[in-house]
Design a protein around this ligand. Structure first.
Ligand code: HEC
Ligand code: HEC
Length: 251
């Protein structure tokens, strides 16, 4: 209870100039049709599990594998994904989960970085995220992460594109309604990386966010762009307490 009260306090402070969080908070899965809901819940049918299995293999591959330093992922990576994006003191910047994996690949393994949305990068991210399935999102937006959080919070309310809409107009003001026959969710990040039927493949949260930029006819930020990272941190704060469900299944 004490911990809960403390969380509520820091949430209030952070909320100072942010739109109120949707009440009650509902994961994107809530807004899926029963077919996709069932697909996500079934470990034998959820296509995202193929990437998780590939990530598990990659974990132990190579001359200096992830496992050499991190051991069994079920133990060492449990809860890690729920804390990202976060300020990484060693790197001196805020990184998302994929960025942290990239840093280990280049800095610790001495290997070339994976391309954004490459199958290997998605597989490792899905495998690591899977170790936190069911755990509540709990990021820190204080200290050195603060400016990134504030940037994300402000972007979230900035109108963009030819449709001149901000994230908040759809995901705070219109959730539960439909847009071109697609139900609009509250826009939480808990399912990602997720398998999207429209893509016929797994994709990162940044790819999903780029699709929202595209949807309002705005220029899409590049992968790794600071705006996308800031939005990711804001979304993680906004979804605090919701359970991680990667690999999710989405339309
Ligand atoms: C015109 C309405 C609209 C705007 C504006 C919009 N989105 Fe979306 N967004 C959607 C729709 C539709 C989907 C797919 C259905 C769903 O999950 O809501 C979606 C999906 C998402 C998801 C995935 C949710 C899930 O559970 O998989 C996230 C996260 C998200 N949007 C964040 C954002 C952010 C951040 C912005 C601002 C940069 C934004 N959206 C702007 C309509 C919009
Ligand atoms: C040579 C040792 C080494 C290897 C190999 C390595 N890492 Fe790391 N990793 C670390 C250390 C040390 C940290 C702690 C952060 C730091 O100081 O860089 C870390 C941190 C992480 C974190 C953040 C964990 C958290 O709780 O915040 C993730 C995720 C991660 N590594 C994933 C991977 C993956 C995936 C691979 C393989 C592609 C890998 N690492 C390979 C040493 C390694």
């Amino acid at each position: 209870m004490r911990a809960l009260a403390a969380l509520a306090l820091c949430a209030c402070a952070a909320a100072a100039a942010a739109p109120p969080r949707p009440e009650p908070p509902l994961p994107g899965t809530h807004f899926l049709g029963s077919d996709l809901k069932a697909l996500q819940a079934d470990d034998f049918a959820n296509p995202g599990l193929l990437w998780v299995a590939r990530g598990e293999a990659l974990w132990s591959e190579g001359a200096k594998p992830c496992a050499a330093c991190h051991g069994e992922a079920a133990r060492s990576m449990r809860g890690a994904a729920a804390r990202y994006p976060r300020f990484d003191a060693g790197l001196g910047r805020v990184v998302n989960l994929e960025g942290r994996i990239d840093a280990c690949r280049t800095g610790r393994q001495g290997l070339p970085a994976f391309a954004p949305e490459s199958p290997e990068r998605l597989a490792l991210a899905a495998f690591v995220a899977r170790q936190s399935r069911g755990m509540p999102l709990a990021v820190s937006v204080d200290g050195p992460a603060r400016p990134v959080f504030e940037r994300g919070r402000d972007l979230y309310r900035t109108r963009i594109g030819q449709l001149n809409l901000a994230c908040t107009h759809c995901h705070d003001e219109r959730w539960g309604k439909t847009l071109l026959a697609e139900p609009i969710s509250q826009g939480h990040p808990t399912a990602w990386p997720a398998y999207r039927v429209e893509w016929q493949t797994l994709g990162s949260l940044q790819r999903r966010l780029r699709a929202c930029f595209f949807g309002v006819r705005a220029a899409m930020p590049d992968y790794g762009d600071g705006d996308l990272l800031a939005l990711e941190l804001y979304l993680a704060w906004r979804g605090e307490g919701l359970a991680l469900e990667s690999p999710g299944v989405r339309r």
